[in-house]
Design a protein around this ligand. Structure first.
Ligand code: GLY
Length: 564
């Protein structure tokens, strides 16, 4: 046999022999650091910061400010969020920079005199905005953990706002969908439309006022937003347009370091966000209960697996609605809900042979809603520090109102409060008095930035947008990795399903589950509802043996994973 033939045989053998495994569905791999985020320009900015010697927090600051420019749908200065930070010594920090209700806010502020919810009052325009927390949060994280100069980290965002960036198809479609609303506010119309007409792919989005605001923040830190010109302009525009936020509200805003929710899942330790996010508690309930079953022996995406998850989620989301709210105002029964003992109680009450019934779980609901237009980034650096950060304006472009002269899009996060008893929203989420509006209270969230370790070594950094579906998205990725031994790309790309107690339906991604699975579920009494996609996870796995990061940005959206 000639040498060439032999070589051909050898290659064929190597490729097809099971002893030589080339990893399929390859994620992005890197040794020194990784940025996974929902928008490619911001991802590149973060990577450059890492390469210049910045740590994961530095890169987070640069990515977040850039997203405020290049991804105005959810990236923001005028919103809020949560960050979980793990340093290389395995210390965990949880930063709450969630928005707060303005001082003048009150429980029934979105109801008319007959007690009816005023259409769009909590979603559109100035009155829908909570006091923003993002700038204070990023400033706080940088003060405590940053290495590079604050000004350096804001420089890319300032430039992108000043000279503009080319609008891609994704951004063009999103801007178009909001153009009618932008036209209701002269400040928004000037920036986010072309004289009232929607921007198109290839146009340039220039945000001069935003670049000036960013320059003030670069120079003065958080004071460049919460005091002086920026604060004055926000307050004045609020006053002119029926909003409630005053300069005093802005002066009083403080981010809060909280104790992360800590739990274990099959020998791994997870850290996630405590209230005012429901993420960590609901995630704990789901994982603690799931751990009582041999999930790895179940066929993934089978009706048996989905039924188990759904019954667990039903109880976890009912607890969310019943109990959770801002811990500075209400007592959350956190210790009980996240205990392994409580998971055993849930296990005993689960339905195994037919669909459970949400009405059999008694909760006195209040209306509350959550949008899925949030954004998440996961970042790791060469030292082993890791950031999992989710932040938001709530709806796509928040309240759609830009504070005149600042370029700052205001959030519509007030809509995350429970507004009225017994009135389910478009997402069907309901809550109780624990999440009712009170002056200076933080509204309940589902954001679930999460970090997982194994034997004190970094394992997984995960999170994503998706409104109420964030928590189940994160839980499913975690189980896919730990129980089903998927790599980060497979775990993120796997089809998703979701149940949130009310409405009593299983949401499933369309065309992604077999007919058998769907028939089995329906024959067991479940109602199915189809969605094009659910959640965009952004994750990084760390392989301790090879000291390699694997990252993947959910193909359900337009993000990017990049490392070096
Ligand atoms: N606004 C979405 C959330 O906080 O969960």
């Amino acid at each position: 046999m000639s040498k060439t033939v032999l070589t051909g045989f050898s290659i064929a053998f190597l490729l097809f022999s099971s002893s030589f495994a080339i990893e399929g569905f390859r994620p992005v791999k890197a040794k020194n650091g990784m940025v996974v985020c929902g928008e490619p320009i911001a991802c590149n900015v973060g990577l450059q910061v890492l390469k210049e010697g910045g740590n994961a927090v530095d890169a987070s600051v640069a990515v977040a400010f850039t997203l405020a420019v290049t991804y105005p749908n959810a990236g923001n200065l005028g919103g809020g969020g949560f960050m979980i930070f793990r340093n290389a010594a395995n210390n965990i920090f949880a930063l709450d920079y969630r928005e707060k209700a303005p001082i003048a806010a009150s429980r029934d502020m979105y109801l008319d005199s007959s007690g009816t919810v005023i259409d769009k009052a909590s979603t559109l325009g100035y009155r829908a905005a909570g006091v923003p927390g993002t700038v204070a949060g990023l400033w706080e994280a940088h003060k405590k953990f940053g290495r590079l100069k604050w000004k350096r980290l804001l420089a890319p965002a300032i430039k992108l706002a000043e000279t503009g960036f080319v609008i891609d198809a994704f951004q063009a479609a999103a801007l178009q969908s909001a153009t009618e609303d932008f036209n209701k506010f002269s400040s928004s119309k000037t920036i986010f439309t072309k004289k009232g007409e929607p921007f198109k792919t290839g146009d340039r989005l220039v945000q001069k006022d935003l670049s000036k605001t960013l320059k003030r923040i670069a120079k003065k830190g958080a004071a460049g937003f919460y005091y002086g010109k920026t604060a004055g302009r926000i307050a004045l525009d609020m006053q002119h347009n029926g909003g409630l936020i005053t300069e005093e509200d802005l002066h009083r805003y403080k981010p809060v370091w909280r104790e992360a929710i800590e739990g274990t899942y099959r020998g791994y330790t997870f850290y996630s966000m405590p209230p005012p996010s429901s993420g960590g508690i609901v995630l704990s309930e789901i994982l603690n209960t799931l751990e009582l079953f041999e999930v790895s022996k179940m066929d993934i995406n089978s009706s048996a697996q989905i039924r188990l998850w759904v019954e667990i989620e039903r109880q976890a989301y009912a607890d969310r609605a019943q109990w959770l709210g801002d811990p500075d105002f209400v007592e959350n029964p956190q210790a009980r809900l996240i205990s392994k003992k409580y998971a055993k109680t849930i296990k005993q009450s689960l339905h195994y042979f037919s669909a459970g019934c949400s009405d059999s779980i008694k909760v006195k609901p209040i209306r509350g809603r959550e949008s899925d237009q949030t954004t998440h980034f996961s970042i790791t650096d060469r030292w082993g520090n890791a950031v999992s950060n989710t932040f938001t304006l709530n709806g796509n472009y928040g309240s759609r109102a830009v504070a005149e002269g600042t370029g700052v899009l205001l959030n519509n996060e007030m809509d995350d409060f429970s507004i009225k008893p017994g009135f389910p929203n478009s997402y069907g989420l309901v809550g109780t008095v624990a999440n009712s509006i009170t002056s200076e209270k933080r509204m309940l969230s589902s954001m679930t930035p999460t970090i997982i370790t194994k034997n004190d070594s970094l394992f997984l950094v995960i999170g994503g947008p998706g409104g109420s579906k964030i928590i189940t998205t994160v839980a499913q990725v975690i189980s896919n990795v730990i129980d089903h031994k998927m790599n980060i790309r497979q775990a993120i790309e796997n089809p998703r399903f979701h149940h949130q107690w009310k409405p009593d339906v299983i949401f499933m991604e369309r065309e992604r589950f077999s007919k058998d699975t769907r028939n089995n579920l329906e024959n067991s009494g479940y109602k199915l509802e189809y969605k094009t996609y659910m959640g965009y996870a952004q994750g990084i796995l760390f392989n301790k043996k090879t000291k390699t990061y694997s990252g993947w940005s959910d193909p359900r959206s337009d993000g990017k994973a990049a490392g070096y």
